[in-house]
Design a protein around this ligand. Structure first.
Ligand code: KG4
Ligand code: ZN
Length: 338
């Protein structure tokens, strides 16, 4: 049995994270989330890169400490090369290179979107590892993709959003309702007490397996403007029902496309990832898909679902086994395909 230790570093958006993996098992996964963005109602890139600068050394130190290893035991360093915010990516990339030089170990570049999917390969009690091929849906504040996964590194995007990400749809709807950022978890919370069929919003018509969420946001805005004109307390009186109806609409959009993807590919194994997979409605809808459509569904442990370095480290491990290293000239890339 091999004894490989990988340090993973993630800094693509507003979370600074470092993780240590021993083969496919997580020894530590430290995440420093940046609170500073809350007051702006969204991530401010300049502030994000500054916060990464501040956090990266303590976060890595803590990850190594919690893993209970010496840094000399690290076999390779895996870092997020992209996609993401350039100023944020540069911090992780530069740091990873310097540390690889200092420790004289190989450097492994990781695609953040692949990592969200390969997070399912972290060994964790009570969680199954998907068999190939499977369909992965990555849903977060920054991404919305349906990917056909044929093997670890053979993936094809078969559908994606043409405008807003699904997490943005949640967050922007929440903002219209006067809820603080990020509003997704709050919509989820209120929705649990509401009637999902109280109000109906037209679903966007988008061809194939692609998504569009910007029209829905506008429909919700107009609806709220109209109703609050008649009754200024409309939101307050109906918050649970409004949240339940918004969540129901968004989940229907996601499940419709998954059904279509499963039908077109003939694949019944469905894995999800990204922050929105924490949503209780999507989890319930997937579970009911097991009975209704014969799906086998995979929902990762929450800490591997939002942005984290454990998912970067597992990709690092899988690439390490193939000796797929990168050289010191590797550069961060804001946009890269899977
Ligand atoms: O993966 P993530 O932490 O960061 C990236 O955007 O990459 O995802 C954050 C997104 C936010 O839009 C947040 O509102 C949403 O995930 N989110 C949720 C829930 N928990 C997080 N949306 C709906 N229901 C939830 N329970
Ligand atoms: Zn992400």
């Amino acid at each position: 049995r091999q004894n490989i230790y990988i340090l993973g570093i993630e800094s693509s958006c507003d979370d600074t994270s470092a993780a240590v993996l021993h083969n496919d098992e997580i020894l530590s996964n430290v995440v420093a989330s940046q609170k500073i963005h809350e007051q702006y109602g969204g991530v401010v890139p300049e502030l994000a890169s500054r916060a990464h600068q501040q956090n990266i050394v303590p976060v890595i130190d803590q990850a190594i400490k919690q893993a209970n290893i010496n840094k000399e035991q690290i076999d390779a360093i895996a870092f997020t090369r992209g996609p993401g915010l350039m100023g944020s990516l540069l911090v992780g990339t530069s740091f990873a290179k310097s540390l690889a030089l200092a420790l004289d170990v190989p450097l492994i570049d990781v695609n953040h979107m692949q990592a969200h999917i390969l997070a399912h390969f972290i060994k964790e009690e009570g969680y199954d590892i998907p068999e190939f091929p499977f369909i992965a849906m990555t849903i977060s504040g920054g991404h919305t993709q349906i990917v056909q996964v044929n093997s670890h590194f053979d993936m094809e995007v078969i559908g994606e959003t043409i405008d807003d990400a699904v997490g943005e749809a949640f967050d922007k709807s929440a903002k219209i309702l006067g809820l603080p950022y990020p509003g997704g978890p709050l919509i989820d919370k209120h929705a649990q007490q509401g009637n999902p069929k109280a109000f109906s919003f037209t679903k966007p018509r988008v061809d194939g397996l692609n998504f569009s969420f910007s029209g829905l946001k506008t429909a919700i805005l107009y609806f709220i403007q109209k109703e609050t004109k008649n009754d200024p307390d409309f939101i307050e009186k109906n918050l649970e029902d409004i949240c339940a109806s918004i969540q129901y609409t968004i989940i229907n959009i996601l499940i419709d496309k998954l059904k279509k993807a499963s039908k077109e590919t003939g694949i019944k194994r469905i894995a999800i990832g990204g922050g929105v997979s924490a949503n209780s409605g999507i989890r319930a809808a997937l579970k009911s898909g097991e009975h209704k459509f014969g799906w086998k569904t995979y929902i990762p442990k929450f800490e591997y679902t939002t942005d984290n370095a454990a998912m970067i480290a597992i990709v690092g491990y899988l690439k390490y086994l193939k000796k797929d290293f990168t050289d010191m000239s590797a550069i961060a890339q804001a946009r890269i395909k899977i």
